[in-house]
Write a protein that binds this ligand. Structure first.
Ligand code: ADP
Ligand code: ADP
Ligand code: MG
Ligand code: MG
Length: 549
């Protein structure tokens, strides 16, 4: 076998570095006997923002905890951990030596936005205003709160904030601290694309990265690309070991990451390339085809909250993915409920809908599953999910790592694990229509692509239809044939536009967000332009907000 993938296995055949010794010399931490091992660390540098990308369970959060001084690195010696002098000596001659010297002497004042934000809800008692005033050490809280669009929530209790609001509050609370090392562990979960850009801009503007260390872990590649100057890739075997790569410039680093090959270490990190569909193809629906889904102009209102949704007419065909784009709180989930006949419109109607609809709900909770264990839920969705010779096992169950947690009970799963199970169950069910409400939340890039590929395959090969609500624009670009853009005043009113071509829909959304996106000359992947850059101004002048030719 390849052990920890260091011998010449087919997977790593390309590696010519004599990895065993090289790698062992960089062992930074091991949680315990037969437990996860972390090799190397991201080396934060002042003057730039360092992005971190990589698989779930590969040691990104562990790296942050070590750099922030929350976890002392044991260099693999978990039974008698070394002292700081030994640690500093270990990193002699590397960029990390200076960092650890400072860390050991208490000169690093680290502030961390943790990956999991739910714990903060239980601990933080008070209103947004009270807690911001208490956290503020830089006299910046009003400005930061304003730019994150949190000002209308000042009197709201923090434990009553929605996921997205809590995320932004925590980002603000970190930035107003007087630190010299800021760490953001997945700051975009729960946020829509507008808020992701807002968070990226605020981190850039207020972290003072010219003087401070700033590190951001993120799975939304377009946002990570926009936010960071350099990146490191964390690769390895999730849950077993993780290796932090050398730093790369963000553009080339992400391209290498997608290709699956890191030239500076001569390392193949994956069997195949992660390919995003880069053409904005105009797929044609066969003329004369009969839609599987068709709705009138509709009006809907929730009596209790008064939220009002207006919907333009539309349809969807066999073999098609309709992407749903738009900010939080403007009725995307409500629209799926109308199509699913869980909600009744005041005006208009759903004219045609399928009998069998499989839904992946947005809300992740053990309660959405009918069976007790992962295996029982997969089996009840489709026995093929447990058959290692089936494509769905190969493409979905194995790629998402569900095969390693078959015996687990759903009430013991983490958010990310619940998401994987929910997506697999929804896609494995036999149906004519698939509704996937935010399927990529918590998933890493590889998992997002596996899910996206599976959706395309079901739609193309089995002739099904899918509607997918998704904030990750790269994923949305990959899966959708046409898109519906939702706009409006969050929580008050929403308007759903008719389905249009990918380019037209992205253009509409991006114009609304005042963001332009160009094509990377090398990989063809979409990249967000820096506001005010030449490309940004030119594209705006031409009204081409998304991927001009
Ligand atoms: P990532 O942030 O890249 O998803 P983490 O750094 O959170 O990964 O975790 C890497 C691995 O280390 C995981 O397999 C996780 O189960 C394991 N791990 C994390 N924390 C601990 C701990 N306190 N004790 C033992 N194992 C841990
Ligand atoms: P999105 O999916 O675009 O984030 P939703 O369709 O979930 O938006 O919700 C739109 C708005 O409708 C929310 O801001 C919320 O205020 C309101 N809303 C959602 N569900 C209910 C409900 N069951 N009762 C009353 N109001 C609701
Ligand atoms: Mg993590
Ligand atoms: Mg929703």
């Amino acid at each position: 076998g390849c052990g920890i993938c260091v011998k010449k296995c087919p997977f790593h055949a390309i590696s010519i570095v004599n990895l065993p010794d090289e790698l062992e010399k960089t062992l930074v931490h091991r949680y315990g006997e037969n437990m996860f091992k972390l090799y190397n660390l991201p080396a934060p540098r002042t003057g730039s923002i360092l992005g971190v990308v990589g698989r779930n369970g590969a040691g990104k959060s562990t790296s942050i905890k070590i750099l922030a001084g929350q976890l002392k690195p044991n260099l693999g010696n978990y039974s008698s951990p070394p002292d700081w002098d030994t640690v500093i000596k270990y990193f002699r001659g590397t960029e990390l030596q200076a960092y650890f010297t400072k860390l050991a002497s208490g000169e690093v004042k680290a502030v961390v936005k943790p990956q999991y934000i739910e714990a903060a809800r239980r601990i933080l008692k008070g209103t947004v205003r009270e807690l911001m005033v208490r956290a503020d050490e830089r006299g910046l809280w009003r400005e930061v709160v304003d730019e994150l669009n949190l000002s209308h929530l000042l009197e709201r209790r923090v434990d009553e904030l929605s996921g997205g609001e809590l995320q932004k509050f925590l980002v603000a609370a970190v930035l107003v601290k007087n630190g010299n090392a800021y760490f953001f562990d997945e700051p975009c979960s729960y946020l829509d694309i507008r808020e992701r850009i807002r968070v990226a801009n605020v981190i850039r503007e207020f972290s003072d990265y010219a003087r401070n260390y700033v590190v951001v872990v993120e799975h939304d590649l377009m946002v990570l690309d926009y936010m960071s100057d350099n990146i490191v890739v964390v690769y390895g075997e999730p849950g077993v070991y993780g290796v932090v790569s050398k730093p790369y410039g963000t553009r080339t680093g992400i391209n290498h990451y997608l290709k699956g090959y890191l030239p500076a270490e001569n390392m193949r990190i994956r069997e195949d390339e992660l390919r995003f569909r880069i053409q904005v193809q105009e797929r044609k629906t066969e003329t004369g085809a009969y839609p599987v889904l068709k709705w009138d102009a509709m009006v809907f209102q929730y009596e209790s909250s008064g939220f009002r949704l207006t919907v333009e007419p539309g349809d969807a065909y066999t073999g098609e993915v309709l992407g749903i784009l738009g900010p939080n709180g403007v009725g995307k989930t409500t629209f799926l409920k109308l199509l699913n006949r869980e909600a009744e419109p005041l005006e208009g109607a759903v004219l045609i809908s399928a009998e069998k609809i499989s839904v992946k709900p947005q809300e992740l909770s053990p309660r959405v599953f009918s069976e007790e264990t992962v295996m029982a839920n997969l089996k009840s969705a489709s026995p093929a999910t447990l058959d290692p010779s089936s494509w769905i096992y190969h493409e979905l169950v194995r790629k998402l790592g569900l095969n390693r947690m078959l015996e687990r009970r759903v009430d013991e799963l983490s958010g990310g694990e619940l998401q994987k199970l929910a997506v697999a169950v929804a896609l494995a069910r036999d149906a004519d229509l698939y509704f996937l409400d935010e399927p990529s939340a918590y998933l890493d890039v590889e998992e997002r692509i596996s899910v996206a590929k599976t959706i395309r395959r079901i739609v193309e090969e089995k002739g099904k239809t899918a509607l997918v609500v998704e904030h990750d624009l790269l994923v949305q670009n990959y899966i959708s044939d046409r898109v519906m853009v939702f706009l409006g005043k969050p929580g008050v009113e929403g308007h759903a536009h008719s389905p249009v071509s990918l380019r037209e829909g992205f253009n509409r959304l991006l114009r609304e967000l005042d963001i332009t996106v160009r094509r990377d000359s090398e990989s063809g992947r979409p990249r967000i332009n820096k506001p005010g850059s030449v490309m940004d101004r030119e594209q705006k002048a031409r009204g081409e907000y998304y991927l001009p030719d």
